[in-house]
Write a protein that binds this ligand. Structure first.
Ligand code: ZN
Length: 342
């Protein structure tokens, strides 16, 4: 009681700040995040409890934080929001491992395995079979919505910029590419400076982390590269370099950035070549990721196993192949080849 009175009195005795004085810039100091304090120049890895799973164990997610020695922006990296998309885990891990907090300006926050359950089981989805990347900002009572709301609140509070790391879904591979809402100049600038072969425009689906953070005013880009369920060294290396390029662009670190994506490799539209109606069989691509194609070019072949018939699939438009299914059995209407259109 006495202590409280003393505190109150002390408060009353302190001279009030002049109301007209300009607010001084906040001093750079430790970061308070998820009930931890990370000092300038310090790197921390910890596990954060998101929610209790149905069997009573905890669903934890790893959080990596590097607090720079000097003031600067906060770059957030998220990976494995789709729990089978593993390349992003290695990108986030490697970028964090090679970041020297004593030479960093700003803060690097990485969630290398946002969907921990999916990482453990190789599933794209959450334990309740929902897609975490359609659940942001997180409302409702589902387990996925709860996890989404906790992740979203933390990121919205901290991030100046988000890089979200993905791969193709299921049996499809993506040419390393960055996806961004072309209407946002800051996000587009970062997307181009990532330095991927291709930048593909689009706002992203409602409920995706990128779209919802953009709507909350935070520039957000996606790096998409390779296949799910694999660790692919080339795609990972390009993602690590691209993230470094973004950090250099943001003034967080120094170094030699690779060249930005040239303007003629920034595409606003794309389309899919699909299995023609009523056809199907064993699919083989006839062209490679990154190939330039003209409308009508043969880009794939399908072998019908009973009749031994061979179907050719042609490009529905001019452009560049930015995504493609791997050889597999395919059915009528299945999306085979993704073509970005100039
Ligand atoms: Zn994904």
């Amino acid at each position: 009681m006495t202590r409280l009175v003393l505190l109150l009195l002390t408060g009353l005795l302190l001279p009030a700040a002049p109301a007209t004085a300009a607010e001084p810039p906040a001093a750079w100091g430790p970061l308070s995040f998820l009930e931890r304090e990370i000092a300038p120049g310090e790197k921390r890895k910890f596990s954060y409890q998101l929610s209790r799973t149905f069997e009573g164990s905890f669903l934890d997610t790893a959080v990596f934080v590097a607090r720079g020695q000097r003031a600067g922006p906060t770059l957030c990296l998220t990976a494995m929001i789709h729990g089978d998309e593993r390349n992003g885990f290695e990108i986030a891990r490697e970028v964090f491992a090679t970041t020297d907090a004593t030479r960093l300006a700003g803060t690097l926050i990485a969630l290398p395995a946002a969907n921990v359950h999916g990482f453990r089981t190789g599933s794209r989805y959450m334990p309740d079979r929902r897609d975490l990347n359609r659940a942001f900002p997180g409302s409702g009572s589902s387990n996925t919505a709860l996890v989404a709301s906790i992740i979203f609140a933390g990121l919205r509070e901290q991030c100046a910029v988000l890089v979200d790391l993905h791969t193709g879904s299921f049996e499809r591979a993506n040419l390393p590419q960055v996806r961004v809402d072309l209407a946002n100049p800051h996000a587009l600038d970062l997307a181009r400076h990532f330095g991927a072969a291709v930048v593909l425009g689009g706002a992203g689906p409602k409920g995706s982390l990128r779209r919802e953070l953009m709507d909350a005013g935070i520039p957000a880009i996606i790096y998409e590269a390779g296949l799910p369920l694999r660790f692919e060294p080339q795609e990972i290396a390009a993602g690590v370099q691209g993230t470094r390029n973004v950090m250099i662009r943001l003034g967080m670190t120094t170094g030699n950035a690779t060249a930005p994506t040239p303007p003629d490799r920034v595409f606003s539209r794309s389309g899919w070549a699909r299995v023609p109606v009523g056809q199907g069989g064993v699919f083989y691509p006839a062209r490679e990721l990154g190939a330039e194609v003209r409308r009508g070019d043969v880009i794939a072949r399908i072998y019908e196993p009973f009749t031994d018939e061979r179907f050719e699939v042609s490009a529905p438009l001019d452009g560049y192949i930015v995504g493609m299914a791997v050889p597999q059995v395919v059915f009528s209407g299945y999306a085979l080849v993704h073509i970005a259109q100039p």
